[in-house]
Write a protein that binds this ligand. Structure first.
Ligand SMILES: N[C@@H](CCC(=O)N[C@@H](CS)C(=O)NCC(=O)O)C(=O)O
Length: 211
């Protein structure tokens, strides 16, 4: 089937973001679960993503990796889902802006902080995200102007950037600012988000008994 969507993931990964996007799009897709350290690093999967990381998506003979790119690709491939402003629309400006901001500065700032990498203040001028506090302030402003990031409509930018806020609030890597909590409360009530979570939760390995 030329246009089959195949979703490569692990339920304990950023693949949860891509699945949420797939559920928003509403097209049928087949899931292949890869395991850390084993099938993720085998030749069959390295042919899909040489990074040996999930998620990845195959659409017919096209492959897209990188969670933000998967969300953007799906929004454009299935415009009937109305998850991105159409190409040429001025709203494409904030759409690109927040998508790239989430994949670059936010991801780097949050990961570096979580793993204890501190940027010396005199080097902030050369580091793409400057400093963590400025990223948080910029983000707080972005989610405070309306219900969604782009115009008045929910978009793939909310799936991707919103997921970073959701994970950040859950794992304590984000400051619990009321604006983040209000924004995330709105997003996490979406039926597609709930459905995606249920599918991934059902794929989680059973918890090992204590002792
Ligand atoms: N930049 C990639 C990061 C993907 C990534 O790091 N995935 C992790 C799980 S969240 C992974 O597959 N790790 C397996 C490994 O590196 O062996 C994206 O945004 O999709």
């Amino acid at each position: 089937m030329a246009d089959e969507l195949v979703f490569y993931t692990n339920p304990r990964s950023r693949g949860r973001i891509a699945r949420w996007m797939l559920e928003e799009v509403g097209q049928p897709y087949r899931t292949e679960v890869l395991d850390y350290g084993t099938t993720m690093k085998e030749p069959a999967y390295l042919a899909v993503n040489p990074m040996g990381k999930v998620p990845a998506l195959r659409h017919g003979d096209a492959v897209v990796t990188e969670t933000a790119a998967i969300c953007a690709y799906l929004a454009d491939a299935f415009p009937q889902a109305k998850l991105a402003p159409p190409p040429g629309d001025r709203l494409r400006a904030p759409y690109y802006r927040w998508m790239f901001y989430a994949a670059g500065p936010i991801e780097a700032a949050v990961t570096n902080k979580a793993f204890g990498f501190a940027v010396p203040p005199e080097r902030e001028v050369s580091v793409g995200y400057g400093n963590f506090g400025r990223v948080m302030n910029t983000l707080e402003d972005a989610v405070s102007h309306g219900d969604y990031l782009v115009g008045n409509s929910f978009s793939a930018a909310d799936v991707y950037l919103g997921s970073q806020i959701g994970f950040g609030l859950m794992f304590g890597t984000f400051e619990k600012r009321p604006a983040f909590e209000r924004y995330w409360d709105r997003l996490k009530a979406r039926p597609a988000y709930i459905r995606a979570g249920e599918i991934d939760n059902a794929l989680m390995p059973p918890a090992k008994p204590a002792g």
